[in-house]
Ligand binder design. Structure first.
Ligand SMILES: [Zn+2]
Length: 602
């Protein structure tokens, strides 16, 4: 029997509890406690409530829950003593037909893992798409997780348990994240293209206008056409532009006034050995929305323009945000002559790709802000916050503004044996003191971040007190005033430290980017959309830069984040998200669009 949420919300508690039995292995107390929170607004709401109950239950209860799970491909599987749910999951992952070598390797991993952590290794073997990880993926993940810190691994085990419960719950309710699966599959298809040298190693690298990049563009074009876009084209910088036209306006518009456009999108280029979702999720989530509108024969009261930006990461050429920058009239003419590491200029690369490669054609891409309602962007979070909080979607309040400095402290290099501690002018220790200050000062704001990422003692020796120390500062905050206050404090502290220690310092500002606070009206639309799904609202700044920063300069913008798996890791092949979370993102986007649709919505 397939359950409905209505049944679950209205049934007597014992009956409802019986329906939810088996979601958490041998631990019915979780579903029982969750039922006190009825009525549930959605399955996502119920999932979140259950995760919260486990979080509140404390470490002992969590360990008991983890230990209630069987080992992967362990003795319970061999002796057929698994629960029906576990038998299904381990069988689907092909663990029941391991080769003898694989089986022996898994046993060794099980033993090592248990020795390290004191509980069995738990992995949601049905994976992010719900269709099963390969045995090789399971073994690789197992090996990687053995290296985790025990506290982190405990949390990771619980996250996997919640994912297992999510999939089991979907089964009980016959709930398939259909649109999420569709987007997930598109991401997978697109990840088949990778630049030479990386493709062979199974790594994803798609840099500006390479063959893989152009093949990716063609696939996006085709996906847009198949999804019912009215116009699809590739523009003069290689952006793929899809347009889903507005419904005919009932009354003639006043002279000179056209139908407005809502723009969305993100980038399809990647960093070297990057993830499949960075950028690309922001293209395919709205494509799925158009596919659904088109299937239903529905139109919006505005044109909907989905951009697949050709270049955001600045990998092949130092031309970060080239794709979105071109739309606001920012294209540095010198870029055309810039050469990649093979000596191919951007102009040549453009010509090779069949693009006009003229400044005139590129300048013609500049949009008239008056034609636009705004810009929205969906992006994978690229950080650990949502994953840690068990929250699938995040509302971006602002894209952090940042400043970078290259600095140097000069003291006195001297003999490490003969210079007493009170007579030293150690350049590296001055920076060490500053580093601790940066940590405290950024933390004091709550949402600022500060990093010393490069820190070297040029020509240093084991037996010499450091005479010079070169370092960088990267300071970011959700608004420019907060960032500037932090920068002023850090630079003042550097001065104080150097005076006290009798060393000199120099600083050079190398980058300054303004913060891009979300437009309140658009942020509220995302909030309404997320709230409609029954999942909690979580507001957060974006620590990373995004295409929305560029559009921000000419029109209102707001972003939605999607939780990443594997602690939110990004710019890394482990970057991942589930089709369930993607499905929620599609639903949120659909809700945002419907807020404009008016009563008829046809
Ligand atoms: Zn990105």
């Amino acid at each position: 029997m397939t359950l409905t949420l209505e049944q679950l919300n209205t049934a007597p508690a014992p009956e409802a509890a019986a329906w939810l039995a088996g979601l958490y292995e041998h631990s019915p107390w979780i579903a029982d406690a969750a039922l006190a929170h009825r009525p549930f607004r959605s399955l996502a709401h119920l999932k979140h409530v259950m995760a919260g109950i486990v979080r509140e239950a404390g470490r002992e209860a969590q360990l008991t829950l983890i230990r209630a799970h069987p080992e992967l491909a362990g003795k319970a599987m061999v002796s057929r003593a698994l629960t029906a749910e576990s038998t299904n999951e381990q069988g689907k992952a092909g663990l029941t037909d391991c080769t003898p070598d694989e089986f022996a390797h898994l046993q060794a991993l099980n033993t090592a893992y248990n020795t390290s952590f004191g509980f069995p290794f738990i992995l949601a073997v049905r994976g992010p798409r719900g269709t099963g990880l390969s045995r090789q993926e399971i073994i690789t993940t197992f090996e990687q997780r053995l290296a985790n810190h025990p506290d982190f691994e405990l949390a990771e085990a619980l996250r996997n348990i919640h994912r297992i419960a999510e999939l089991r719950l979907n089964d009980k309710f016959g709930a398939e994240p259909r649109q999420g699966n569709q987007v997930w599959d598109w991401q997978e298809q697109l990840s088949a293209f990778s630049d030479p040298g990386y493709l062979e190693k199974g790594q994803l690298t798609v840099t500006y206008l390479t063959d893989a990049h152009r093949a990716a563009a063609r696939l996006i074009e085709q996906t847009m056409r198949d999804s019912g876009f009215d116009e699809v084209s590739v523009d003069a910088v290689g952006n793929v532009v899809g347009r889903y036209k507005a419904r005919p306006h009932p009354d003639p518009l006043p002279a000179g006034e056209g139908v407005k456009t809502l723009m969305t999108g993100s980038h399809y280029d990647t960093v070297r050995n990057g993830g499949k979702y960075d950028g690309r999720l922001g293209i395919f989530v709205p494509v799925a929305c158009v596919a659904e509108l088109s299937r239903a024969g529905k139109r919006l009261p505005f044109d909907f323009e989905v951009m697949a930006f050709a270049e955001e990461e600045g990998q092949r050429y130092k031309a970060t945000f080239l794709g979105s920058g071109a739309l606001i009239g920012q294209f540095n003419p010198a870029w055309l002559d810039q050469k990649d590491t093979d000596g191919i200029s951007m102009r040549e690369a453009m010509q090779h790709a069949g693009l006009p490669a003229t400044l005139e054609a590129i300048r013609a891409l500049q949009r008239k802000p008056a034609d636009y309602l705004g810009f929205v962007e969906v992006h994978i979070e690229q950080g650990p916050v949502l994953n840690e909080l068990d929250i699938p979607l995040g509302i971006v309040t602002s894209i952090n503004g940042g400043v970078r400095y290259t600095c140097e402290v000069t003291g006195m290099a001297s003999h490490a044996g003969t210079t007493p501690m009170n007579r030293r002018r150690d350049a590296a220790l001055a920076v060490a003191e500053l580093a601790l200050y940066v940590e405290q000062r950024a933390a004091r704001d709550g949402d600022s971040v500060g990093t010393i990422g490069i820190w070297t003692v040029p020509g240093g020796s084991t037996n010499v007190v450091p005479g010079r120390c070169q370092f960088t500062l990267d300071l970011r905050a959700p608004n420019d005033a907060q960032r500037d206050a932090m920068v002023a404090d850090v630079l003042a502290e550097l001065k104080t430290i150097c005076e006290r220690r009798g060393v000199h310092h120099t600083t050079e500002e190398t980058m300054r980017a303004a913060a891009a606070p979300s437009a309140p009206a658009w942020q509220q639309r995302w909030e309404k959309a997320v709230d409609s799904l029954g999942v909690p609202l979580y507001r957060m700044p974006s620590g990373a830069g995004h295409d929305a920063m560029k559009l921000h300069e000419v029109m209102p913008q707001a972003m939605l984040f999607v939780r990443g798996q594997n602690s939110g890791i990004s710019h890394n092949p482990l970057e991942s998200t589930t089709s369930d979370d993607i499905d929620l993102a599609v639903q949120a986007f659909q809700h945002l669009l419907s807020q404009f649709a008016g009563p008829s919505h046809d």
